[in-house]
Design a binder for this molecule. Structure first.
Ligand SMILES: [Zn+2]
Length: 372
């Protein structure tokens, strides 16, 4: 199989969790340390990067680390090697280990951190808690001589246009007459220079997400027989490719808040959780948002959640949750460790048969808290 270059690995990663999905202002995602322009045989997947993780990468022969929490979160004003973080950066660079961070883009991605957390809780009928990204649909209407219509419809569908829900190759055609006069310098497919020509044409209409615009136009222009294809391109009010942060869904069976807290402990393998609410209240609709969900309590309440699972709950936000009648289960920020196995499995599948690279789950426990 093909030897893997760091850029190729990250290209596949970003086909899954593109940077455009990041939903935090100035989220320092992407390549943080080192270079991707090198051969990579082993990638270490971790929640955090600390010195122990760097040692693990060295020991296991990894040339790249994919981390959820960016190792350089705030702007650096110096690069001293006598501070803990400076020492870490020095070690990574001296050992030629690159670090790539996927933070809120990985939270939001389909199958990313939020989905992995919802998977762990086996939430059903799952929806996005808060939409953070979507694209407008575009429509292309192209006028083509009847004898080329079938081929052009095929080419447009193959390029990805005309996908609506669980249907592909969707298009609409109307028959009509095209008129034109080739001018000096033209090399017309039909008709002669200086003569007004009319021909039977078909107007083909297809829709596609805005991000596919260039690909669809290129495919259409390549397949169209005319020197100057006539077409309309416009943005529609409808949106598509919706992504968002947090997930909300229902439990397989209703339980009390107390039972649910035990369930969360077991599912996330944590020694304790903090809860806000009445232990005997029954819960079935669950919202979950990895890491710090303090800003989302009202959104979770409005979405109809009986209980909100999130980490790093502040004292006063917990009081606010209590006041609005929203139950909280806080299993700690470290539950985002579910991304380690999730990213490893997803990337192994994406690279399978394409790139010769191994993904390794970090075994370092980066939870700073000890529960006594
Ligand atoms: Zn986090």
């Amino acid at each position: 199989m093909k030897k893997a270059n760091g850029n190729e690995i990250i290209q596949l990663f970003e086909s899954w969790a593109p940077k455009k999905l990041a939903c935090m202002e100035n989220d320092p995602i992407g390549l943080a340390i080192g270079t991707l322009n090198k051969e990579v045989t082993k990638v270490l997947v971790t929640l955090d990067v600390n010195e122990e993780v760097a040692d693990e990468a060295i020991e296991k022969g990894c040339q790249l680390i994919i981390a959820h929490h960016p190792p350089i979160f705030r702007k650096l004003s110096n690069l001293r090697t006598d501070t803990p973080s400076g020492k870490l950066y020095e070690k990574l660079i001296k050992n030629d280990i690159a670090v790539y961070a996927a933070h809120t883009n990985l939270d939001v991605a389909e199958g990313g951190v939020n989905d992995l957390l919802a998977d762990a809780l086996e939430l059903e009928n799952r929806e996005i808690l808060e939409k953070t990204y979507s694209e407008h649909l575009m429509k292309l209407a192209v006028f083509v001589p009847v004898d080329h219509a079938e081929e052009l419809r095929y080419v447009l569908a193959k390029a990805g246009a005309g996908k609506i829900g669980n249907y592909d190759s969707c298009s609409y055609s109307t028959a009509g007459t095209g008129r034109f006069r080739p001018l000096e310098g033209a090399n017309p497919y039909i008709g002669d220079v200086g003569e007004i020509e009319s021909t039977e044409e078909e107007k083909i209409e297809v829709v596609f997400p805005t991000s596919m615009k260039n690909r669809i136009l290129k495919a259409m222009l390549n397949a169209h027989p005319y020197e100057e294809p006539a077409y309309d391109l416009y943005t529609l009010a409808q949106e598509t490719n919706e992504y968002g942060i947090g997930r909300i869904g229902t439990l397989k069976e209703t339980m009390t808040l107390r039972q649910f807290a035990e369930y969360v402990k077991e599912r996330f393998n944590v020694p304790m959780v903090r809860i806000v609410g009445k232990e005997n209240e029954t819960v079935s609709k669950v919202a979950v948002l990895g890491g710090d969900g303090n800003k989302y309590i009202h959104i979770a309440k409005r979405a109809g959640a009986d209980v909100f699972v999130t980490g790093d709950m502040y004292f006063h936000v917990a009081q606010d949750a209590q006041a609005i009648g929203l139950n909280i289960v806080d299993p700690g920020h470290h539950v985002e460790k579910v991304m380690i196995k999730g990213v490893k499995e997803k990337m192994t599948a994406l690279c399978d048969g394409k790139l010769d690279v191994e993904f390794i789950e970090s075994e370092v426990n980066t939870e700073p808290f000890i529960f006594i």
